[in-house]
Write a protein that binds this ligand. Structure first.
Ligand SMILES: [Zn+2]
Length: 452
């Protein structure tokens, strides 16, 4: 791979020691960052970063990437509606080629938006060919990803309410052996579990046991809205003796303080999907609450059926809603506000905390010598960016996807000059064809139901 030098950028390292470097170079050797400082001279391929803000790639810690082909299909859905309109309507109709198309387009959408690491929460494994298709697409895009193997989704009642069907251990073992023999690649593996309330306790125990047998992390949705809030899932998992540091809890909007303490004390991690939570009624996005318990919350997109697929949206949703919520408490007491989230906090939450949650902090999440080079160059001269007063503010509050000029994953440039270096047109055509197939299968099914 050789050497490259990202030269003269305004570098927000998000590394606690290195901090902000208003004019610095980043030297990369064989995909690893080896130096971050001003005026490096090296025989290397030069990437001119003058006029750019350089940040670590964003980390999306939970996205159902298989939903790219049904983007925007449920704009007005609440969480309850989503179960019907997406999980009970489209998920059963997915064939492997639809998962491939969505994962290809969805992962390229991530790279285009500066998301260099993705946790692909893939609960669409209707046959063993489905995970194969999902992983093949992730591999082709060159994104860093944690593939979280989930259940089938052929019927809502069977898989999401007191389910008696565990994720098939044999196929999880097959996928692990086939694709994840080494921990050194771009792809790592997790188990996307449903948990107590969604499944019978025997199923919960067997899924947790499977993940721990294989030494792969666990990720689950918990504490949202009328659904899992009601289950008190963390308390229930605690009763089963299943809490542990290998587990990521998604949403967490309705955790009791006891549940927060249990998550923190057992070393769990947290993924918050603010736009989804606010818009679909999961509850307030609990970024501040998580921090109060000493946790390092991360951000996630969750579903492009209903919200935008970029991290700038997530940053703004969490920043706006959490400041509104905290400020209202202080105004009520008529005292000056304290402890508000800052723009710099949001950048750390969207990058370094994400790497922590995905178990990849040694590899990514900050611009630190020794880590892999996952970088984003934001065009600081664009009309919505210039002039720069505060680079962290520009990166979190001014920037949007149009400013993502260059994206490097693992030292490989995947977007340059605002253009993906991949066949985005093919991926777009594939999700359009997939949409057409899904809609025609849906019409067929509805006709059969009407005839019956
Ligand atoms: Zn989700």
């Amino acid at each position: 791979m050789g050497r490259s030098l990202v030269r003269g950028g305004h570098v927000l390292t998000v590394d606690p020691q290195l901090g902000e470097l208003p004019r610095a170079d980043i030297l990369i050797e064989d995909g690893t960052i080896v130096a971050v400082q001003p005026d490096i001279s090296a025989d290397a391929e030069i990437i001119d970063a003058s006029g750019f803000i350089v940040i670590p790639g964003f980390v999306d810690t939970h996205r159902h990437t298989w939903e790219a082909a049904i983007r925007g299909c449920a704009p007005n859905a609440t969480l309850d509606d989503y179960f019907v309109e997406v999980l009970d309507t489209f998920a059963p109709l997915y064939e492997p080629e639809d998962v491939y198309a969505s994962n290809l387009a969805g992962a390229l959408e991530c790279v285009n938006a500066g998301i260099t690491t993705l946790v692909d929460w893939s609960h669409i494994n209707n046959t063993p060919e489905h995970p194969d298709a999902a992983i093949k697409a992730l591999q082709e895009t060159g994104i860093r990803a944690q593939y979280a193997y989930g259940s089938a989704n052929t019927s809502l009642a069977t898989y999401w309410f007191d389910s008696e069907i565990a994720i098939p251990g044999d196929d999880v073992r097959r996928v692990r052996e086939t694709y994840f023999n080494s921990d050194n690649g771009l792809l790592t593996m997790a188990l996307a579990t449903r948990g107590t309330g969604w499944c019978k306790n025997d199923v919960v125990r067997s899924e947790w046991g499977l993940a721990r047998e294989l030494g792969i992390p666990i990720t689950l949705h918990a504490g949202m809205g009328r659904m899992a809030g009601r289950f008190g899932m963390v308390n229930q998992l605690n009763d089963l003796g299943l809490l542990g540091p290998d587990t990521t809890y998604i949403h967490c909007c309705y955790f009791s303080d006891d549940e927060w303490r249990l998550v923190a004390d057992t070393g769990g991690t947290v993924s918050i999907a603010p736009q989804v939570e606010l818009q679909m009624g999961h509850g307030w996005a609990p970024v501040v609450k998580a921090r109060e318990f000493g946790l390092r919350p991360s951000l996630s997109v969750d579903v492009v059926t209903t919200v935008p697929g970029d991290m700038f949206t997530q940053i703004r949703a969490a920043f706006g809603s959490e400041r509104a919520r905290v400020l209202s408490v202080f105004w009520e007491r008529n005292v000056p506000a304290e402890g508000l989230l800052t723009a710099a906090d949001m950048l750390e939450i969207a990058t370094l905390n994400g790497a922590h949650v995905a178990g990849l902090e040694a590899k990514t999440g900050s611009i630190t010598p020794g880590k892999r080079a996952d970088l984003v160059l934001l065009d600081a001269t664009a009309i919505n960016m210039t002039p720069i007063h505060d680079a962290a503010a520009a990166a979190t509050l001014c920037a949007d996807v149009s400013n993502v000029d260059t994206v490097m994953v693992d030292g490989v440039v995947r977007k340059r000059g605002g253009k993906l270096l991949a066949d985005a047109a093919r991926a777009g055509a594939l999700v359009e064809e997939s949409r057409d197939r899904l809609l025609s299968r849906l019409r067929e099914k509805q006709a059969q139901t009407a005839a019956a």
